[in-house]
Design a protein around this ligand. Structure first.
Ligand code: SF4
Length: 154
C-alpha cells in the first residue's frame, strides 16, 4: 500500500484530535473528486513498518492526546490496500486501547466483500458512499455529499 498524507495531529477529519492517514488507490472516479491525485495506487509514499509504528506511537503519545485514527484517501477499502489496512487496524485495536477508528470509503457498507468486511469489523465509524457532485454540500459535517452516510457501528 501507498499513502499520500499523514497528519500526526488533525482536528478536521473526524471528532476530536486525531491522527489521519490518506491512502493511495481509488477506483470510484467520482465526478468532482477533490483528491484525484490519490487514485493511482502506486502514487505517494510506501506505507511500511516504520510508518505503521509511527501511527501507533502517535496514538499512544500522552503529550498530545488523540481520540483516534482516521483513514481516508483514496479509499482504504481499495482492493490493493486491504491487507495493509487490516494489519493497521488490528494493531491499533490491540496496542492503542480506547482509541476509535473512523474510515471513509466510496463502497457501500452493504456491498462489501468478506475481506473488506473483516476490516469494518474493527472500525468504529464508517462513512460510506461515493462523492456525488450534484449532492455536494459544504455545510455537511464529516462528509462531502448528502448521499453519504455516517454509520456509528460500535
Ligand atoms: S471515493 Fe473519494 S477519493 Fe475516490 S473518487 Fe470518490 S471522492 Fe475521490
Amino acid at each position: 500500500m501507498h499513502y499520500h498524507q499523514y497528519y500526526q495531529t488533525d482536528v478536521i477529519n473526524g471528532p476530536g484530535t486525531r491522527a489521519t492517514l490518506f491512502v493511495s488507490g481509488c477506483e470510484h472516479q467520482c465526478r468532482g473528486c477533490y483528491n484525484q491525485s490519490t487514485w493511482n495506487p502506486c502514487s505517494g509514499h510506501l506505507f511500511d513498518e516504520q510508518m505503521m509504528q509511527t501511527i501507533i506511537d502517535d496514538l499512544n503519545d500522552s503529550r498530545i492526546k488523540r481520540r483516534g485514527l482516521s483513514l481516508s484517501g483514496g479509499d482504504p477499502l481499495f482492493p490493493g490496500n486491504l491487507s495493509a489496512i487490516l494489519a493497521l487496524v488490528t494493531r491499533v485495536k490491540e496496542q492503542c486501547p480506547g482509541k476509535d477508528i473512523w474510515l471513509w470509503t466510496g463502497y457501500l457498507l452493504d456491498e462489501l466483500t468478506a475481506e473488506q468486511q473483516a476490516i469494518v469489523e474493527l472500525v468504529n465509524v464508517v462513512v460510506d458512499g461515493k462523492f456525488e457532485q450534484s449532492l455536494a454540500d459544504p455545510s455537511l459535517v464529516f462528509k462531502g455529499s448528502s448521499n453519504q452516510v455516517i454509520h456509528y457501528l460500535r
